[in-house]
Design a protein around this ligand. Structure first.
Ligand SMILES: [Fe+2]
Length: 403
C-alpha cells in the first residue's frame, strides 16, 4: 500500500469562500479517483506546529495507482488552475507500507468476524421429585423469587428475566434432573444463522416447549449429543424491575455439562451453536463463551457419565456469597465444594448440592466479562489438569480433594 499525505496552508489573502470551495472539491476526490482508499482531511489541531493549516491523507493499492492519479489530466488541471494560485505552502510525503493485520483486527474489534453464537444463558428446566421442597430450597439458599406455581410447574427468577429456573413436577424421580437449558439470541438474523448451521450439520430442528413459545418472539430447540434440550429464542420476556430481595443472584451465568461424548459435544456447541473456547483444562474440560462475553457461559467436562453438573449464579458481591454460605451452614444444607477461587473466570464461589433438587448450584461473587476486543482476539489457554488451575487456593498439584 502507498500512503500519500499532503500538508498545506492557504495564502493569507485568499477569501473564506474560495478556501471552502477548494476543500469541498478535495472532498469529491475519493469519488473521482476510485483507487483511493481511506481518504481523510482535516484542520491542523497541533499547538506545536502551525506551519500548515490542513492535512489530507489517502492510500493507494500501489505506486502505479498513485502516479495514475497524480498524472491524470483532471488532477493536473486542478493543480494548475485552482490549487497553485491559492496555496502559500505545502509538503507532500508518499511512502509504501505493509498493512498490519493485528492492528486492523484491534480497530475493528466491534465488528465480529467469528460466526455469531447465542447471547447468554437464561434458564434451566429441572424435573424434581418434590416441587415444594425444591422451591423452598431455591428461595432460601439460592435467593430466587417464586413467580408462578401450579401442580405441574413453577417459575423462579433471579433478576428481570422472566425466569432462571423452571421446575417440573416429576414425583416418579428420586433425584432432580435437568432436561433443558435456554439461551437467548440477540436477533432474528443470528437465530436464523444458527438454524442454518444446525440444518447443515444434520441436526433436527424442534419446536420450543409450548409455554416457552409464549414467553419469547421466536425460537427453536435442538438436542445436544447427550440429549439435553437446548432452547434458543429472541426477546425473552422480562419484568420491569428485579425482585425486591436484597440477597439474590443477579444472573444465571452458565451450565456445566459432564459428558461421555466430549469431542462430539465440543463440536456441537462450537461448530453448530457458535460458542467460542475461552480456556481448556487439557483433556478434561473446556470453558466456552458466547455473545454476553462472560469468560464462560458454558463448560463441558469429560466424564464417565452424562449429567448437568452445576448451574452457576452470580451474586452481587463476595459478601452476599458468604451470607448464602452462612445460611447453608446454619441449615445444614450440603456444601458440595466449599469456597474456591476460580482464576480463569476470576470468581470466588461455593457449591450447594442436594440431589433431590437437581444439579449443584454454584454461587459466585462475579465472573470475568471480556471486552469486545478480547472477545475477538482472546487466545484460549491450554492449562494442565492441576487443581490450582481450577482453584488457586489449592496449595499443591495433588490437592484434588474437596471439589
Ligand atoms: Fe461454574
Amino acid at each position: 500500500m502507498i500512503r500519500h499525505t499532503l500538508l498545506f496552508r492557504f495564502a493569507e489573502e485568499v477569501p473564506a469562500g474560495t478556501r471552502q470551495a477548494i476543500l469541498a472539491e478535495l472532498e469529491t476526490f475519493p469519488e473521482r479517483y476510485p483507487a483511493m482508499r481511506h481518504w481523510s482531511m482535516g484542520e491542523n489541531l497541533s499547538s506545536r506546529d502551525q506551519t500548515y493549516s490542513h492535512g489530507m491523507s489517502v492510500e493507494f493499492p500501489d505506486e502505479q495507482e498513485l502516479l495514475a492519479y497524480l498524472n491524470s489530466e483532471s488532477h493536473e488541471q486542478f493543480v494548475r488552475e485552482k490549487w497553485r494560485p491559492v496555496i502559500a505552502a505545502q509538503a507532500i510525503v508518499a511512502y509504501e507500507f505493509a498493512e498490519r493485520p493485528e492492528a486492523d483486527a484491534g480497530r475493528e474489534g466491534r465488528v465480529t468476524k467469528h460466526p455469531r453464537g447465542p447471547y447468554g444463558m437464561e434458564y434451566a428446566r429441572i424435573e424434581v421429585p418434590d416441587m415444594q421442597a425444591t422451591i423452598d430450597f431455591l428461595q432460601y439458599h439460592v435467593g430466587l423469587q417464586l413467580e408462578q406455581h401450579t401442580d405441574e410447574y413453577a417459575y423462579l427468577r433471579a433478576d428481570i428475566e422472566h425466569h432462571a429456573i423452571e421446575l417440573i413436577s416429576a414425583p416418579e424421580r428420586t433425584d432432580g434432573w435437568t432436561t433443558a437449558v435456554g439461551f437467548s439470541v440477540e436477533s432474528e438474523e443470528v437465530l436464523e444463522e444458527i438454524k442454518r448451521r444446525a440444518i447443515a450439520a444434520g441436526r433436527e430442528i424442534l419446536p420450543l416447549q409450548e409455554r416457552q413459545q409464549a414467553l419469547c418472539d421466536n425460537g427453536f430447540a435442538l438436542e445436544d449429543p447427550e440429549g439435553l434440550i437446548v432452547e434458543l429464542f429472541t426477546e425473552f420476556q422480562e419484568y420491569a424491575e428485579p425482585p425486591s430481595i436484597e440477597i439474590r443472584p443477579l444472573d444465571l451465568v452458565h451450565p456445566f455439562l459432564a459428558t461421555t461424548k466430549y469431542e462430539e459435544m465440543l463440536d456441537f456447541y462450537i461448530q453448530v451453536l457458535g460458542f467460542i473456547p475461552s480456556d481448556h483444562i487439557v483433556g478434561s474440560a473446556t470453558f466456552l463463551r458466547c455473545e454476553d462475553r462472560y469468560h464462560h457461559s458454558l463448560a463441558i467436562q469429560k466424564n464417565d457419565e452424562h449429567y448437568v453438573a452445576h448451574l452457576c449464579f452470580a451474586m452481587k458481591s463476595l459478601d452476599h456469597v458468604m451470607r448464602m454460605r452462612a445460611r447453608a451452614l446454619y441449615k445444614g444444607a450440603p456444601i458440595a465444594s466449599d469456597i474456591v477461587n476460580h482464576s480463569a473466570s476470576t470468581s470466588i464461589a461455593f457449591y450447594l448440592h442436594d440431589k433431590k433438587f437437581g444439579p449443584r448450584f454454584e454461587l459466585c461473587d462475579s465472573h470475568r466479562v471480556f471486552t469486545p476486543e478480547e472477545h475477538e482476539t482472546h487466545r484460549a489457554r491450554k492449562m494442565p489438569a492441576d487443581p490450582r488451575n481450577i482453584d488457586v487456593w489449592r496449595p499443591a498439584s495433588d490437592d484434588w480433594g474437596r471439589f
